[in-house]
Design a protein around this ligand. Sequence first.
Ligand SMILES: Cc1cc2nc3c(=O)[nH]c(=O)nc-3n(C[C@H](O)[C@H](O)[C@H](O)COP(=O)(O)OP(=O)(O)OC[C@H]3O[C@@H](n4cnc5c(N)ncnc54)[C@H](O)[C@@H]3O)c2cc1C
Length: 415
Amino acid sequence: MPESYDIVIAGGGMVGVSLALQLGAVLPAETSILLVEGFPLPAPTAGQAPAYHPAFDARSTALSYSSRLVYEQMGVWDDLAQWVCAIESIHVSSRGRFGSTLLHAGDHRWPALGYVVENAWLGNALIHALRQRDRVALRCPAKVVSATPLNGGVSLQLEGDTAAVTAGLLLVADGAASGLRDCLGVAVNEKPYQQHALVANIAFAQPHRGCAYERFTDEGPLAILPLLPTRDGEQRGALVWTLPPERAQHLRDCPPPEFLHSLQQRFGYRLGRLLRVGERHEYPLALVQSSEQVRQGIVVMGNAAHALHPVAGQGFNLALRDVAELGRVLREGLEAGRQPGELALLQRYQRRQHADQQRTIAFSDRVPSLFMHADPLLGMGRDLALAGLDVLPGLKREFVRHAAGVAVSGGQASG
Ligand SMILES: Cc1cc2nc3c(=O)[nH]c(=O)nc-3n(C[C@H](O)[C@H](O)[C@H](O)COP(=O)(O)OP(=O)(O)OC[C@H]3O[C@@H](n4cnc5c(N)ncnc54)[C@H](O)[C@@H]3O)c2cc1C
């Protein structure tokens, strides 16, 4: 007899685990849910650095206000809050040009412009909640090796298992290089940016005071996001530095003093002297979009549906808004006696998220190219855009609302 679930989530990265928590929280208790993840989910640790998992690696994530709301509804924000550093202001500048702007949470009567969390701690809090609630069945480590649509669902083959697992609804959350998307014959559109992101934690001499720095240089954008200080008070930030591939590789491998010197030259002294760099990691960047997101019994989610340029810190925030909306649509459908895999229901989810996805993808795609262009007229335009943010409060407010993910999701920022 095949094992059978109403919903199977394939992939337990940041999106898959968030999906499991959200669906577990909003769907009726009799809806059976299974999460399958290829790597062991690390056992949560109290106080010590969490064990390594590739999906919860050395990166940090800037969570928008809309993501905080989703985690509050899921009931995990209170635990997560101890690991996040609030972004109180954002400083945007362009190297070698005059335009720069400062956005303050207080000016918009927001509690914060966003929250930075190290992915390892985000994973720790989410996995801890998942295990504690015991609402979702877990198969990890286990890999889904194939998926075949059936009448009214999907049949899944797990590596090493002889019996199949059947799902009324399969949520494909296995990342940008999704094997399941390919297995189901869902085409993918990929636009490589010919740039790599170099990621590392940096220690510096002066306090960051909750300021996130976004600096556009001729090589690509560079962000330093504020992190909580270490126990001994060391001031730290999460660097995401977008560079041509060969330069990223060189800076990943060069001795730390050379790395810090290059970064200091590009970034300047806003945080004082740069003192130390942690482990460096490199990620090739591409805009990856699934040509279809829903079929009867199937929804493609997270990076498998849309992987974005990280400059605007939007990819995961968008994915979480998708997660929240899918939860709402499925709950409405199940309460009305519908099956979770019904195409009309899944199409309703897609219609509701379409505008948000299109706007966020276009924003993330446009920003890096606008700020990298060598054309002096475009350069002047971007300086005016930065200066304009300072002199036109309405424009600034729109920018902030977009960054916070509320303009597009319709959430409330007050409180
Ligand atoms: C440098 C960088 C910085 C970023 N910063 C931000 C930011 O500040 N804010 C933001 O919103 N976004 C940010 N992002 C985007 C964010 O990291 C992604 O949106 C997020 O990681 C997507 O998670 P995912 O779960 O969809 O995919 P993944 O993290 O790739 O997870 C996929 C999971 O599926 C598992 N898997 C794969 N195949 C199978 C299988 N066959 N069976 C079972 N399991 C399988 C894998 O083991 C993995 O755990 C950034 C991205 C980069 C590259």
